[in-house]
Design a protein around this ligand. Structure first.
Ligand code: APR
Length: 238
């Protein structure tokens, strides 16, 4: 299916669902998960730090890694791809942006109808009363709950943990009912987010993928555009 068809379908659609992954923030200078880590953290595999087992073994190590990523995200700015999606939302009657990213850049670019499936790196969550609270620059490690004083963990979903149920249902509903699904910058290997594009296509939606590399979704998509997020959205007329 041609790029022209993708442009036509996207611009005519009144129900659009978008899924983003780490690739959309690459052009804001935030390394993707599959990229090698740099500096101090080069020796660690992210999958061995973002897990309940890692936290149980060495909470300080895990928090040090999150504090480093917190700084990276706090100092990054949304790029044109985040902004283009916020603009697409404003002109689309039924719209949902589902992101696997925890960097908060979509919200900072103005996205509102949005689900953060994997949480928010700017927040911590009390291990006892579950209170969520914003972390300030230079926060103490580990942070403690402002209500009950118990140690708090990063407010993100780790490998092996369930996704928040309401957010996942909202995401699935949007992908089941959209006319056009747009999947941007995700390797498409971490479930259940990886299935959202397939769900949409199986329900008759037009599926567009934007990724510089081929993914498991590429052969299944109606249009698979080999480009970075900013250039690819430009090719789609956004
Ligand atoms: N524009 C668009 N896509 C890009 C760009 C870019 N400029 N640069 C890289 N990519 C693509 C890569 O080709 C890759 O397919 O972004 C994808 C990034 O893949 P991952 O690092 O696996 O990120 P993601 O798919 O978001 O990971 C899903 O896995 O590690 C867990 O919970 C973590 O949310 C994360 C989830």
């Amino acid at each position: 299916m041609s790029l022209e068809a993708a442009i036509e379908r996207l611009h005519a659609a009144s129900r659009v669902a978008v899924l983003t992954g780490a690739g959309i923030s690459a052009e804001s200078g935030i390394p993707t998960f599959r990229d090698a880590q740099t500096g101090l953290w080069a020796q660690y595999n992210p999958e061995d730090l973002a897990s309940p087992a890692a936290y149980a073994t060495d909470a300080k190590l895990v928090w040090d890694w999150y504090a480093w990523r917190y700084e990276l995200c706090a100092n990054a700015s949304p790029n044109a791809a985040h902004e283009k999606l916020a603009a697409l939302e404003r002109r689309t009657p039924e719209f949902l942006l589902v992101t696997q990213n925890v960097d908060g850049l979509h919200a900072r670019a103005g996205s509102e109808r949005m689900v953060e499936l994997h949480g928010d790196i700017m927040q911590a969550r009390c291990e006892s009363c579950q209170t969520r609270f914003m972390l300030e620059a230079g926060f103490e490690i580990p942070p403690h709950c402002p209500i009950c004083g118990t140690r708090a963990r990063p407010n993100v979903v780790w490998f092996g943990e369930a996704l928040p149920r309401r957010e996942l249902e909202r995401a699935q509903q949007a992908f089941q009912t959209c006319e056009v699904a747009l999947v941007i910058g995700t390797s498409g290997v971490v479930e259940p987010a990886a299935s959202l594009g397939r769900i949409a296509k199986n329900r008759g939606a037009f599926l567009i993928e934007l990724n510089p590399l081929e993914t498991p979704l590429s052969g299944f998509a109606d249009a698979s555009i080999r480009a970075g997020a900013v250039a690819g959205l430009g090719l789609l007329g956004l």
